[in-house]
Write a protein that binds this ligand. Structure first.
Ligand code: HEC
Length: 190
């Protein structure tokens, strides 16, 4: 190998390593940003849900949830430039929450991890392909969720749910299962 071929190879190696480091740093920054958006989503929705349950009971809270959840997702999308949605393998709001192929695979793997004993609160995953960064964080079933997503749904709650969502699949859950996930997409500038 001549000196110049050698030094060219060396330059190539060094620059590859540097660009890999740059990608790793970008991924870390994107993950951090994604997590902060997940927090903002939960931080906006959960207090409204809890408040509505206290004020007017679950039937009132269903109205709030049905109108506020999509609004909050929309507002966050506009504010952050990320696509923000909630997805599930058993949808209530099929218009908004039907997962695409990648999301389906991730949701299935979350279910598997939960069956294997992993805590839902720790489950997240991401993918960076081309200029598309995607991130999903699992949403676990907590006690408050059972009122509207559990097995023993009261008749008046059932009636209110049917009014908005006649094709509701999102019931029958147990505590600690995966209800769905927050799914985020960011298109990166190249
Ligand atoms: C007062 C009833 C109520 C309670 C309590 C409730 N939800 Fe829901 N949930 C709804 C309604 C109504 C929708 C559909 C609204 C929408 O378009 O996002 C929904 C939709 C969802 C979705 C979007 C996917 C889909 O199936 O449409 C997820 C994820 C979800 N809920 C998780 C939870 C979790 C986790 C909890 C507990 C922290 C919870 N919910 C508590 C009523 C409720």
């Amino acid at each position: 190998m001549s000196i110049s071929t050698f030094s060219n190879a060396l330059i190539l190696m060094v620059s590859l390593t540097l660009s890999q480091q740059a990608i790793a740093a970008d991924e870390q920054a994107l993950k951090t940003e994604a997590l902060s958006i997940v927090k903002q989503f939960g931080g906006a929705l959960k207090p409204q849900l809890v408040h509505a349950m206290k004020q007017g009971g679950p039937v009132h809270a269903i109205d709030v949830c049905a109108t506020q959840a999509p609004k909050i997702a929309q507002k966050l999308s506009t504010k952050t430039g990320w696509e923000v949605k909630r997805v599930s393998l058993k949808t209530r709001n099929a218009n908004a929450a039907t997962p695409d192929d990648w999301e389906k695979e991730v949701l299935k793997s979350f279910d598997q991890q939960q069956a294997d004993g992993k805590k839902v609160g720790k489950m997240m995953t991401y993918s960076l392909k081309g200029n598309t960064f995607r991130f999903m964080k699992a949403q676990g079933v907590q006690p408050i969720c059972l009122t509207c997503h559990g097995s023993n749904i009261k008749p008046n709650v059932r009636k209110a749910l049917n009014k908005h969502f006649p094709n509701d699949l999102a019931t029958g859950y147990n505590l600690g299962q995966v209800r769905g996930a927050i799914s985020l997409t960011k298109f990166l500038n190249q």
